[in-house]
Design a protein around this ligand. Structure first.
Ligand code: SF4
Length: 263
């Protein structure tokens, strides 16, 4: 794969629920079409010219070298480091990226820093051998492969993601799922309960709406729809002793809370 050199790596993110983050690749082979916010920003700021360029990622080859210098500088301020917000740490077809992700996590763990990861690829079994302070997650917004093929065309099949997560859970690793960006029924009719049940073993669930999508903005009942699913998530997590976080602007005012909880 092609490579780039970075001048810096660790930075504090303004993203909700994020502390520090590392993005050690430019682009992402998964090529999501919700659309992918990271791609939109990379295009806007001239880091990539096209979708075709985006899905041929470039690895930051000097990432570990930079990390050596940056860890002492930021160590006291870091609560945790998330991999990644603008690329995927375990993207399909690019073992170099996965291998580097594991090396980065090891390096951060050595200095007592916890890592969280999120992927639409497959979590390597090797993660079970790392420090148990870490939390490893997958994104799961459907169980329908035809939806995955259309919106996450080069990401891993849902079942493979869930199995890799379950493997880690069974080894005593902390696991989580991001159900975001969740599609509205005018894009796909699906049973939300089935999605929750497929990941009932995890330690944490994050739920969030889809933004920046024209088809969803045309769905008239979107506020009520997201309110109901957000409260269903809270209800499910509370009953099953799972931590949860509902992303900002997913719950809006004037919603029939009681109905959604009893749905
Ligand atoms: S996996 Fe994440 S970074 Fe990669 S294309 Fe999809 S949304 Fe973008």
């Amino acid at each position: 794969m092609e490579s780039i050199k970075r001048k810096s790596l660790l930075y504090k993110t303004g993203v909700e629920y994020g502390d520090y983050t590392i993005n050690h690749a430019l682009g992402c082979s998964h090529g999501c079409k919700y659309p992918c916010y990271a791609f939109l920003m990379a295009k806007r700021f001239g880091r990539v010219k096209s979708y075709e360029e985006w899905i041929q990622p470039k690895i930051a080859i000097n990432a570990l070298e930079i990390l050596e210098k940056e860890i002492p500088k930021f160590k006291d301020d870091i609560k945790e480091v998330h991999l990644c917000f603008t690329t995927d740490p375990f993207m399909l077809g690019y073992d170099e990226v996965s291998e580097m992700s594991i090396e980065i996590i090891k390096k951060l763990n050595e200095t007592g820093i916890k890592c969280t990861t999120l992927t639409k690829g497959i979590l390597p079994n090797e993660l079970a051998e790392l420090n148990t302070v870490n939390e490893f997650g997958i994104t799961l917004v459907s169980l329908d492969e035809s939806y995955r093929e259309e919106y996450e065309p080069y990401a891993s099949p849902y079942i493979d993601r869930i199995e890799s997560l379950k493997y880690l859970h069974d080894k005593g690793v902390k696991t989580w799922v991001s159900i975001e960006p969740y599609p509205t029924p005018n894009i796909i009719e699906q049973n939300y309960d089935d999605i929750l049940d497929s990941i009932s073993f995890v330690d944490k669930i994050i739920f969030g709406r889809t933004n920046y999508n024209k088809i969803i903005s045309e769905y008239k009942n979107q506020k009520q729809f997201y309110n109901e699913l957000a409260y269903k998530t809270i209800d499910y997590c509370t009953k099953n002793n799972i931590d949860y976080h509902i992303k900002e602007k997913t719950i809006t005012e004037n919603m029939p809370i009681k109905n959604s909880l009893s749905a």
